[in-house]
Design a protein around this ligand. Sequence first.
Ligand code: FEO
Ligand code: CA
Ligand code: CA
Length: 616
Amino acid sequence: MPEDDNATDTEFDRVLARAIERRAFLGGAASLGTVAFALGVGGIVPHARAATSTFDFTAIDTNTLDTVTVPKGYSWRTIVAWGDPLWSRGKPFDPETRGTPQTQAMAFGDNNDGMMLFSGRGRTLLCVNHEFVNKPAMFGNRESRLPETDADVIKGIEAVGVSVVEIKKAAKGWEIDVDAPMNRRVTGGTRMRLSGPAAGHALLKTAEDPAGETVIGTFANCGAGRTPWGTYLTCEENFDLYFSASDPFFEPDAAQKRYGLRAKDRGDGFARVAERFDLSKHPNEAHRFGYVVEIDPFEPKKPPVKRTALGRIKHENAALVVNGGTGHVVVYMGDDARGEFLYRYVSKGRYSDEERGGDLLDKGTLYAAKFNDDLTGEWLPLLPETVGMTEPDICVLTRIAASKAGATTMDRPEWVAVHPEKAEAYVALTNNRYRGKADNAGGDPMPVNGPNPREGNPYGQIVRWRPANGDHTARTFKWDLFTMAGNPEQHSDAYAGSKNIDAKNMFNGPDGLAFDVRGRLWIQTDGNYSNEKGFAGMGNNQMLVADPVTAEIRRFMVGPKECEITGLCWDADATTMFVGIQHPGERGGSHFPGGGASLPRSCVIAVTRDDGAPVG
Ligand code: FEO
Ligand code: CA
Ligand code: CA
């Protein structure tokens, strides 16, 4: 519907409509009413294709190959894969057994995800988390293709968590340093500490931990973050999948439902070996997961710490920035579920190099984002006086607090990335098939709205915001839609995507986001790789890079079959880029990286430029 047909658009819309160049955006959204119309016009990022590109590599085409493809002049090789021992007393990966609890505890975990590199004390440490296990690969030697014995379950528990592994430069480039003193596995069986307002709270007390101060294990770790005091932040996401209930009459209560907890075991069988995962016997155990966990990679004996002040959600990543001018620590965080929220944490204290973090991640205020349809937004504080809950309750039942505050339901917030030089941040909203069709799990409506302008959103979008006055602690911000993913070969309406999407760079399911030192935004996808129907021509999951100024997006990498590309970091001079290849062959259709008839294995690859220049 042409914009002029809509008599109810505002002067603001008209001003914007005149000011920006845009694609005919309303075809698919025309029936959705004035809000969709206004946002369809006003929300599109006001930029056109740059006359001169700032990228110095040739874009690659999509493909459905079972390998990694990078541009001409670049090379890649595998650094470490699931099951590779981190100590010489471990055993090389055995494709027959696919490991034992003992060998897995000594080896790199499965499904590597959020990744950060730390340099110091003459060492370079790669911190990588392991989100879940690729069951068809790990248990493909079992008839059910699931864990069938206690040992199988324990192997799975040892395969998640975090790997800290030292890397060293050899003739061929970076490689892992087996037996290095900082090498460490943190798993689903590692004891760690709870801190912040909810530590010791009644909701966190269990039979095994009557004080509510220590937890065994971290799992479902997705994206990551880092602090300026040199620690790694790993983010617990789909923790609900590991709980089940033995009571045949068990019914989750409203709070458990909000977090996805239910009776049925989803295949990992944790409750089989540890009763604490039985919701009908130990309902508080699930309150002890869903946090941001801080690990000091240079102190292998120091227990990880679950920072309850950052809230309990399905944490995607933790994008931490020290706010220029005030020194407050600000952490942006997405809650990856349909219609959940975008969050911000602002520390009470201010960062100084001497503090080594102190209580900066224990004392502060959580906020949830409200996006207005006029391209403004505000951070809603989650405080006892605003949501009618105690501070510890807010930290444990954060989703419920944000619903009470009236935050905006989003299309599955994945990674947030903060620009290294400018006060602006980006969030990947991966997709939401229920947008405009259903409520979120808490009953909050999910109408088509400003930052989520497409019904049934199959492709996802990247939303950008700029805090008022360049101050990340400010109450208000302005936002726009940096990119709407879509398929211009299949659609000519809103589902074709924004103007910077064309047949050469189309993708779906934006997930991982990271800025390089040159201020360019890398986009990793976890989308539909069927390469058919609405996704025809998109091929395997991929990685692209965007210029935030011109909004040009160029495809840099295509992953192997049935993988997700997730996790990204660089070495100190940016000549090596480390990229995560997660769950290749999740449906049994890949042999990456070994090729031939080998088992598919999640891995970290190193990408370099053949002339030795920085990557990108
Ligand atoms: Fe683990 Fe939301 O991706
Ligand atoms: Ca993700
Ligand atoms: Ca995802």
